[in-house]
Design a protein around this ligand. Structure first.
Ligand code: C2E
Ligand code: MG
Ligand code: MG
Ligand code: MG
Length: 289
């Protein structure tokens, strides 16, 4: 699956425009089949996009992003099959796979002495699962991972859907030491009220506000406000979708904590990620020496 790390163009399966419902069902059958398989031939993999800590210039974490190489259709974009898994009730199984693979990876980094935090995405439907905190605790202890190394990313709409259950599940996760991040911040149909009820540690500014940051005064004002909001609440703030040096400079000026995006690095397969971090740390050491 190493080739997936280079983010080759993917065939986008779009269920909304799919006139062949049987094809959708068979895609989900294939996904279930992949999830039942053991070992490395599932076609599923996580790729890791580096997160740059702006004050230190260090890569101090990554977001794990799901990839599925379908045996016939080839690589599929996650937005297509994740939405389908949500609709067909397969998302919990998929999330279990992601959590198991991600926490195992975090355990490898921890045992190699790499100081990296790993963020994983969970869906709205996962937050109805009252078993989730226990499952995560089990994986952490099985792989000897400290909970502070794992961040779970949720979107505002995931919380708005089923506030009471979701908040209870998220509180139990946070009580274990897992960190919570709000993903795609600023584009959800949100009220800020949930921020008072949730033990959030990080806001991730949606990439639509970052894309034109270098040239748009409006976007700059919005991004500045989100960074200030996050910092006043005691959260870290990450900008996603950093694609050019001007956006990165603006984020440094505005005091943003982390930058993630193609300008820093594409999502990378495990080996390429390890090589990237090693190279980046060697370069930093050279500069300091
Ligand atoms: P997200 O969590 O907001 O992840 C960021 C997405 O932005 C990723 O797309 C990433 O590849 C892409 N990206 C990163 N840097 C840039 C950039 O500079 N420019 C642009 N245009 N895009 C950039 P990806 O991997 O296709 O994932 C799309 C979405 O699918 C994710 O958005 C997330 O909502 C969902 N997803 C991915 N993996 C998982 C997973 O394991 N579980 C769940 N539930 N959802 C996942
Ligand atoms: Mg995310
Ligand atoms: Mg996002
Ligand atoms: Mg997104």
């Amino acid at each position: 699956l190493a080739a997936l790390g280079s983010e080759e163009p993917v065939a986008v399966y779009d269920p909304a425009t799919d006139p062949h419902r049987p094809a959708r069902l068979s895609l989900m059958g294939d996904l279930r089949h992949a999830l039942e398989k053991q070992g490395d031939d599932t076609g599923l993999a996580l790729v890791y996009q580096p997160k740059l800590h702006l004050p230190s210039g260090r890569i101090d974490g990554a977001e794990g992003l799901l990839r599925w190489r379908h045996p016939v259709a080839g690589p599929l974009a996650p937005e297509a099959f994740i939405a389908l898994a949500e609709e067909t009730g397969n998302i919990r199984r998929l999330t279990r796979w992601v959590l198991a693979a991600g926490i195992e990876q975090a355990g490898r980094w921890q045992s190699q002495g790499r100081d990296l935090r790993l963020a994983l995405n969970v869906s709205a439907r996962d937050l109805d699962d009252v078993d989730l905190p226990r499952r995560v605790a089990g994986l952490l202890s099985a792989h000897g991972v400290s909970p502070q190394r794992i961040v779970l990313e949720i979107t505002e709409s995931a919380i708005m859907g089923k506030p009471d259950t979701a908040i209870a599940v998220l509180r139990r996760l946070a009580d274990q030491g897992i960190e919570l991040a709000i993903d795609d911040f600023g584009v959800g149909q949100s009220s800020f009220a949930y921020l008072r009820k949730l033990p959030v540690r990080e806001l991730k500014i949606d990439r639509t506000f970052i894309a034109h940051l270098g040239q748009s005064p409006e976007d700059r004002a919005i991004v500045r406000s989100i960074i200030d909001l996050g910092h006043h609440l005691g959260y870290r703030v990450t900008a996603e979708g950093v694609e050019d040096p001007r956006a990165l400079d603006a984020l440094r000026d505005l005091g943003c904590d982390h930058a993630q995006g193609y300008f820093v690095a594409r999502p990378l397969a495990e080996d390429a990620f390890d090589a990237f971090v090693a190279k980046q740390r060697a370069a930093l050491t050279d500069v300091e020496a």
